[in-house]
Design a protein around this ligand. Sequence first.
Ligand code: 5GP
Length: 263
Amino acid sequence: MNKGSKLYEGKAKIIYETKDKDLVIQHFKDDATAFNNLKKAKVEGKGVLNNRISEYILTNLAQCGIKNHFIKRLNMREQLIRKAEIFPIEFIVRNIATGSLTKRLGIPEGTVLEKPLLEYCYKNDELQDPLISKDHIFSFGWASKKEIEEIDITTLRINDLLSGMFRGIGIKLVDFKIEYGKAWNKDSEKKEIVLADEISPDTCRLWDIKTEKKLDKDRFRRDLGNVIQGYQEVARRLGIMPEETNISEVNFGKTTSIKFKKK
Ligand code: 5GP
């Protein structure tokens, strides 16, 4: 698949055109940002890991009937995806209180929520992605009632599926952010809502079940060190890194070269 011109460059990814107007290439960069771009760094190998982890998760979700934009991985940093018109909304699900929830409302860090909490944020860097209500979404036409009804159900189902997937490998899914878009369906000749963007340690909070060690972007946000090792640990437990790349508790702090299992 030949890469065309750049359509969009975000903080962690670049989108390129292809010859097919309904398909684009998503390129994963090593750039990490936090606190509205105030903190920036390159985390070598992050793009490669997120490409693989997101491929694994979206493929598994598709097998469970969650329609998404992923088509195939093209190489270490790129994947072919369906072009989607992204809703300007971040959908956040929380199972355990941390991050902005604790800051905003004073809920004690680590409180296990009685049921998953679904939040909406307006996707706007200049405004720092503010928290919004459903009425904001409807008032400003960012999505319709019917679309949000469908997305809410899908989002909570994704939380169930991902929580189970991560529990199976000794990881708690604390919270995550997902995005949706509308993509053309050739068969029905209509646009349909699809899960888009990525699901990776950049967009989820993932804690080791036993030790509560953070295996996600909070290692970067909070200067905890060993950022890439956290991401590698997630990839290894998901079974997408070879066993010989053994990043166990013992050698968590060592730099390990990234190798992958052949498909
Ligand atoms: P919080 O609102 O506590 O900062 O984030 C809640 C969850 O959503 C976390 O898992 C966080 O990684 C994710 N999240 C929220 N906003 C963004 C964003 O703009 N970019 C990324 N990559 N993740 C986000």
